[in-house]
Ligand binder design. Structure first.
Ligand SMILES: [Cu+2]
Length: 162
């Protein structure tokens, strides 16, 4: 009786594991299909990291993000081997004060362009793992809520590249 009971438990546990992996596979397959279709609808240009003193703990990354799709695009994060962490920030001027907001997500509505510029939206690049100099290129991967990930090369420069 007891043995039967355990057999039953094990069986249903196995089923759950099986269905979870099937689900995971479906999910991954669907997101990779989506990313194939979506990449052409997201256009990133003028991607640059503002040059900072060699010992700077924090740098800022900027870009122009065009959403050419018919759906709202939601940027949820960024990562890079060149930095310990990256946050989505927005500089805000309010009542004569300037501060930075941390955004968990940034929405770019269908057909619109969002500028990441000094004094506005930026990627806050924390703790570079090695010194970053003018002329370098750093790869930063943008992560979207749909599951799309886009590796982008950012040019290190004093000002926005043409
Ligand atoms: Cu910031």
């Amino acid at each position: 009786m007891l043995l039967n009971y355990f057999n039953k438990i094990n069986l249903s546990k196995g089923d759950i594991v099986k269905s979870t992996s099937i689900f995971l596979c479906l999910f991954l397959c669907i997101s990779s299909l989506q990313s194939n279709g979506a990449e052409s609808t997201i256009n990133i240009s003028h991607a640059w990291v503002q040059e900072a003193p060699p010992n700077a703990d924090v740098l800022a990354g900027y870009m122009e993000l065009q959403n050419q799709s018919s759906q709202t695009l939601i940027l949820v994060g960024a990562r890079s081997d060149n930095f310990k962490s990256i946050m989505l920030h927005q500089t805000i001027h309010k009542a004569g004060m300037t501060h930075m907001n941390h955004n968990a997500r940034i929405e770019i509505s269908a057909g619109s362009t969002l500028q990441f510029l000094p004094g506005g939206y930026h990627l806050m690049l924390m703790n570079p793992v090695k010194p970053i100099r003018q002329g370098d290129q750093v790869q930063i991967t943008l992560e979207f809520q749909s599951g799309v990930v886009l590796p982008i090369k950012f040019k290190v420069s004093k000002e926005r590249p043409k």
